[in-house]
Design a protein around this ligand. Structure first.
Ligand code: UDP
Length: 237
């Protein structure tokens, strides 16, 4: 099968792992998400993953009443480590190799980010999971996805969302909303569309890193994307 992309950075939020609950992790959902990773690996695609932490803590929400924003953000980054560890084990349980690199050092739990080693791991077919976002407060895991995607020479950032792409209006509220198949970075700015947070978006734009917004739970979406077919919305230079 001819593929357009052979190395991708997959970003999903913590909420994507929550299933129908409102906190924490749902094991069936975890397996479903990792099943999509397995599909990609089965095609020979090298996969890096940045996972969020919003299913446990978000810094901006927890801050206040004596908890500083930077502390809240550290808690949020640790939440992403919790998710990364769960993901790693499920990836291994589904018979793939996995490794966690964390932007905050946690001895005995994860490796510190090491660009050269990550390249080797990806070439060996390991699923590389990046935890703790950028390691700095006031950022999000979207920015980490842009950053790691660029650092690992991914050809595409695949951002999983609840909706299968970017629409002219909120498709949940407006039945006449239409999906954009493709948009340029400049069009996204001109139309004031929310793709990722601004820091993430600017990084991708500066480094010509295309972003594909898609629904992780839609059958065959990941396969269609790596084949370069019309799925979700492509944001490109
Ligand atoms: N966070 C941070 N720096 C980063 C990435 C994440 O401080 O580089 C913190 C921040 O508090 C954020 C939380 O970790 O709210 C969880 O990440 P995010 O909100 O991006 O998770 P998602 O919404 O994707 O689940």
């Amino acid at each position: 099968m001819s593929l357009k992309y052979s190395r991708v950075l997959l970003k999903f939020s913590g909420e994507a792992l929550m299933g129908s609950g409102d906190f924490g992790l749902d094991s069936a959902t975890l397996r479903q998400v990792v099943g999509e990773v397995k599909t990609l690996r089965g095609l020979g695609v090298e996969v890096g993953i940045v996972v969020g932490g919003g299913n446990i803590f978000r810094g901006a929400q927890i801050a206040g009443a004596g908890i500083a924003r930077t502390t809240g953000d550290q808690m949020g980054m640790m939440a992403t480590v919790i998710n990364a560890l769960a993901l790693r084990d499920v990836v291994e349980d589904m018979e793939m190799d996995a490794v966690v690199y964390s932007a905050m050092s946690i001895e005995g739990v994860s490796h510190g980010f090491h660009a050269n080693q990550v390249q080797k791991d990806l070439k060996q077919g390991k699923v590389v999971i990046f935890a703790a976002g950028t390691g700095s407060p006031f950022f999000t895991t979207d920015t980490a996805a842009a950053l790691r995607g660029i650092e690992i020479d991914a050809q595409l950032v695949m951002k999983a969302t609840k909706v299968d792409g970017i629409y002219t209006a909120d498709p949940m509220k407006d039945p006449s909303a239409e999906r954009y198949s493709e948009l340029s970075f400049d069009e996204v700015i001109a139309k004031n569309l929310q793709v990722m947070d601004m820091a993430a978006f600017v990084l991708c734009r500066e480094h010509n890193m295309p972003i594909r917004v898609f629904d992780m739970f839609k059958k065959d979406a990941v396969v269609r994307i790596v084949k370069g077919e019309d799925e979700g919305t492509l944001v490109r230079p």
